[in-house]
Design a protein around this ligand. Structure first.
Ligand code: AOF
Ligand code: ZN
Length: 345
């Protein structure tokens, strides 16, 4: 049974884990809090892929190490049991003589999958699993989707007018959402591994697809070019600011930051399979309406972020419709825009 106190410390661990978003992929977000006699003595989170796990950072944050034996560790994810980039966290918790470990959710990674819990229990450590489990799982929805479905997590995003258009008839889509909304999209880009768009979006909008309005890493830019039309090197997606993958039907080629991958079939499931093989764990599908429509038709999406502006176009390219597939989870106001967050049923 979890006590209100346990939830409080787990909530703090979730908050710490969140600082890793955008920096730890393909790893999960993990936070850890060490508590002794009702006081937090150490805190840590997994900061960057390849570096220390959350538990080790929490242990190392304790100034007086003699306080560690007998403490309780709150970890959002089951401590690992394997030698990967770092040694197993479960062993470290045993060595440090932690008395109790409270875990948010089990790690489905086949290298862990209960193994961490087993190590702790065999060493006589009290273990509790499932405190704020849903919250911890929601925070790690990208990692859990990767582990369970062997595919990237897919977020759809578009901006539409209040009368339901994503662009004018001439494909001009400028000035639908406001500046703050566009900044929010850059934040979203900084948290994701890749942004995917179709050829028309590159041709008509010439987007750079970077996170220039938000601190953080640029995602990989992915363009679908089934008719091999993408030639003009002045287009911004060819600049050196990020890597670009171009799926085409004629060649495989690596030229600096530009990777061309030949595909026979541009069905979303094949595209996703190749991206997953390339190490991409989350994809933001940003347009245009044909590409988004294709993803919606196959049902291959997890979340959709829809920016609705008060602007009206009266006619133009219609916005995708997901109401039949998705459930509206929440709505947020960004100045005069409304953002809807949908999740796939
Ligand atoms: C933990 N604490 O903070 C994280 C864990 O490649 P490595 O060595 O970093 O291992 C990555 C795997 O370890 C990852 O897939 C997941 O199963 C687990 N991540 N475990 O105890 C952490 N980030
Ligand atoms: Zn670990």
């Amino acid at each position: 049974m979890s006590l209100p106190e346990d939830k409080k410390y787990m909530q703090r661990a979730i908050q710490l884990a969140e600082y890793g978003r955008g920096y730890v992929s393909p790893n999960p977000l993990v936070g850890c809090v060490l508590v002794k006699n009702g006081e937090i003595i150490g805190e840590g989170w997994h900061r960057k892929y390849g570096e220390n796990h959350a538990e080790v950072n929490a242990i190392e944050s304790v100034t007086d190490k003699s306080q560690i034996p007998g403490c309780t560790a709150y970890v959002t994810l089951e401590p690992c049991a394997h030698f990967g980039n770092t040694p197993p966290c479960a062993n470290r918790l045993v060595e440090e003589k932690v008395k109790k470990v409270i875990i948010g959710h089990r790690d489905p990674n086949p290298k862990v999958n209960g193994g961490g819990i087993k190590i702790l229990k065999e060493a006589g450590i009290e273990v509790e699993v499932g405190v704020l489990e849903e919250e911890c799982q929601y925070q790690n929805r990208v990692f859990l989707t990767n582990m369970e479905l062997d595919r990237p997590f897919i977020v759809l995003k578009w901006a539409q007018t209040s009368d339901g258009f994503v662009a004018r008839e001439n494909f001009d889509s400028k000035w639908i959402s406001n500046t703050l909304s566009r900044q929010q999209v850059h934040k979203l880009r900084s948290e994701i591994d890749a942004i995917l768009v179709g050829y028309n979006t590159v041709y008509y909008d010439n987007p750079e697809l970077t996170t220039r309005d938000w601190p953080g890493n640029n995602p990989v830019r992915v363009v679908l070019d089934p008719r091999n039309e993408l030639k003009d090197k002045r287009l911004k997606i060819f600049n050196k600011k990020a890597n670009t993958i171009i799926f085409n039907s004629s060649e495989n080629l690596v030229d600096g930051n530009i990777h061309k991958i030949k595909l026979e079939d541009f069905d979303p499931s094949f595209v996703l399979e190749r991206l997953f093989e390339a190490g991409i764990r989350s994809v933001l599908v940003e347009g245009g309406s044909i590409t988004l429509g294709r993803w919606i038709n196959t049902g291959e999406w997890d979340e959709a972020h829809v920016y609705i502006s008060p602007v009206t176009f009266e006619n133009g390219i219609p916005a995708p419709i997901i109401a039949g597939q998705g459930k509206l989870q929440k709505e947020k106001q960004i100045e005069n825009d409304i953002v809807q967050f949908w999740i796939n049923n």
